[in-house]
Design a protein around this ligand. Structure first.
Ligand SMILES: C[S@@+](CC[C@H](N)C(=O)[O-])C[C@H]1O[C@@H](n2cnc3c(N)ncnc32)[C@H](O)[C@@H]1O
Length: 219
């Protein structure tokens, strides 16, 4: 009986509890190395200025990195505990780093907090897509596409393991690519990630772009 009352990964309380308990095996204590190396050195890496969202930012290491690189960043998470810790760890980086406690799938709450349609240059994904239940993935894509400007980018690490269950819920690399292409994006990079931490050899790095205004109006 008590088990049926346990929160599911779709509830903020599930994650709050894990931050409080320290049952946070995803925590790296630093930005994911493949993303950091890519952003700091790859010729295709998005460059500042620009406004970027990090959904499911957790303790905010990727959001802080982006702010240090010169982007204006919103680190979003629906876990009160995650946002509290992120703010405490990284502050506001001189006003370039904003923290928002909100559900990624609550379009009204996002808009009320300044995340209007086409208001972002970029989105950076790290272990949010694998944390949401697979049934929410279409809503994730719809949300990202709504928030990005034409020609905007999604840079992410995606967990492409085939193990059942989750979180982290796995993906099939070909299937995941096809879904972003079917959503209208182009893939500038889609390849096994380099330099992942131990136990994450099945990460893939993706850089996807939304259609430009010209392409959208031609459709
Ligand atoms: C596995 S943790 C990863 C945290 C961080 N990205 C990292 O790599 O350290 C997944 C995060 O996504 C957040 N999350 C899950 N579903 C969410 C939703 N619908 N809206 C906002 N945040 C969500 C959780 O609260 C949690 O902090």
């Amino acid at each position: 009986m008590a088990e049926s009352l346990s929160p599911s990964p779709g509830a903020a309380s599930f994650w709050d509890q894990r931050y409080r308990d320290g049952t946070d095996a995803w925590e790296l204590g630093q930005p994911a190395p493949p993303l950091a190396v890519f952003l700091q050195g790859h010729s295709c890496a998005p460059r500042p200025p620009g406004r970027v969202l990090v959904p499911g930012c957790g303790r905010g290491h990727e959001a802080a990195l982006l702010a240090d690189l010169g982007f204006s960043v919103v680190g979003l998470d629906f876990s009160r505990e995650a946002i509290r810790e992120a703010r405490q760890l990284h502050g506001s980086r001189g006003g370039r780093l904003h923290w928002l406690q909100a559900d990624l799938f609550d379009a009204q709450a996002l808009e009320a907090s300044g995340l209007a349609p086409a208001s972002l240059h970029g989105v950076m994904e790290h272990t949010c897509f694998c944390a949401i239940e697979p049934i929410q993935r279409e809503a994730y894509r719809t949300t990202v596409l709504r928030l990005l400007k034409p020609g905007g980018w999604l840079l992410g690490l995606f967990f492409c393991h085939g193990r059942p269950g989750g979180p982290p819920y796995g993906s099939d690399p070909d299937g995941l690519l096809q879904e972003w292409l079917a959503a209208g994006c182009t893939a500038e990079i889609w390849e096994p990630a380099q330099g992942s931490v131990a136990q994450r050899s099945d990460e893939w790095l993706g850089l996807f772009r939304t259609p430009t205004a010209h392409h959208r109006s031609a459709e």
